[in-house]
Design a protein around this ligand. Structure first.
Ligand code: NDP
Ligand code: PYC
Length: 338
């Protein structure tokens, strides 16, 4: 079906129920179905189309591949005063994140800074819901993970890195936090997939075809190599994510995750590194001053007409909470077929 132009409007509750029903029908435990559906609803609500309802298709494909355990229960381990790990036991990542978050926050409050290694998880989601959840607790959040080796290093043409997102959130005393969340590739792979689905060309700087030539054909890009954002800078950041959220935490790099998949077509399986920082431990009685300084910085950005990252999302959120979410007709039918 190609008529992505027709749309279906659903309330956030209707979307949550739809997602939950589909996941439970495919064998997900209620805990996984809830954790996944919460994030799928958040993605669609904030009009992050590559990481909203579209992801449900990948979740079901991953379950059908037999690689994921959709009922796995995460296990939490304290590794050091400021370090914990949550083993997803080959389930999806989101329940592992929810399981570890309270302990991560507790450690950050007592140590000033704490890190959580999520291990052996199937990962399909955007990271901003996680760093926003950390900021909602008054903490600074940072998260990153590898994916599959789809991205060529700057200067090369063969895939090595994942699309390796980095997300950051800074809590603000009033209103929404300062949040950014981006792939270290020129664009998330999910966006190229959506272009392929809709038969739309992509910008030439996003990817090479399998012969190493720049391409505007989304399918050729998916068969070839994606490019990093910002040339050598994105390339170095992508490598950092492989090291911090792969080698350092004892989990797979994107090349290893791709090999582990062995052509099954499941979501990438690897680890994730999540860091929480308590500003009060750094600033003590001067915490308000630190926040005031941050606000002056944000004012200097918005005061000249530039926007803060996530502002588009927060506006979309308000719209969706009021009017419901819009789902492309073809996507809606694909989901109903599940
Ligand atoms: P985008 O390039 O769409 O956006 C990146 C960030 O930049 C967002 O925070 C966005 O805010 C902000 N931004 C965009 N335009 C502007 C602007 N003009 N001024 C200021 N800020 C701006 O994201 P990507 O395609 O790189 O990634 C999309 C999603 O894919 C991410 O959420 C990421 O987590 C997810 N992803 C997940 C992976 C995984 O392995 N799980 C792998 C790769 C990506 P806003 O949203 O408000 O526009
Ligand atoms: O869009 O690049 C992506 C992606 C990879 C894993 C989940 N999303």
């Amino acid at each position: 079906m190609s008529d992505e132009s027709t749309e279906v409007v659903l309330s956030l509750d209707e979307l949550f129920s739809l997602s939950r029903d589909v996941l439970m029908r495919h064998g997900a435990s209620p805990a996984h179905a809830d954790a996944i559906s919460r994030v799928i609803v958040q993605g669609q609500r904030d009009e992050c189309h590559s990481h909203g309802l579209y992801r449900l298709l990948g979740c079901v494909r991953s379950i059908r591949s037999g690689k994921v355990d959709p009922r796995a229960e995460p296990t939490l381990r304290d590794l050091a005063p400021g370090v914990l790990s949550v083993d997803a036991n080959y389930g999806f990542s989101l329940l592992a994140f929810e399981t570890g978050l309270p302990r991560l926050a507790e450690k950050a409050r007592s140590q000033g800074l704490a890190a959580m290694a999520i291990k052996r998880c199937f990962h399909f989601s955007a990271l901003w819901p996680e760093v926003e959840a950390i900021a909602a607790l008054g903490l600074v959040g940072l998260a990153m993970n590898p994916s599959h080796s789809w991205v060529a290093p700057e200067g090369g043409k063969r895939p090595v890195f994942g699309t390796n997102p980095i997300a950051f959130a800074w809590p603000r005393p009033d209103g929404d936090p300062f949040v950014f969340d981006f792939a270290t590739s020129a664009i998330a792979r999910g966006d190229i997939e959506l272009h392929a689905r809709e038969g739309k060309p992509i910008p030439e700087h996003w990817a090479f075809d399998r012969d190493g030539a720049p391409t505007t054909d989304a399918r050729a890009a998916l068969d070839g190599a994606m490019r990093t954002f910002g040339g050598h800078k994105g390339s170095a950041l992508a490598a950092m994510v492989e090291l911090l959220a792969g080698a350092l935490i004892g989990d797979l790099t994107s090349m290893e995750s791709q090999a582990f998949d062995a052509g099954a077509g499941a979501s990438p399986c690897h680890g994730e590194l999540v860091i929480a920082i308590d500003p009060r431990r750094f600033l003590g009685d001067d915490a308000a001053d630190g926040h005031a300084r941050a606000e002056r910085l944000f004012d200097a950005v918005t005061g000249q007409g530039a926007r803060l990252p996530s502002q588009r999302r927060f506006e979309a959120r308000a719209r969706s909470e009021r009017d419901g979410v819009r789902i492309p007709g073809a996507l809606y039918r694909d989901v109903l077929a599940l």
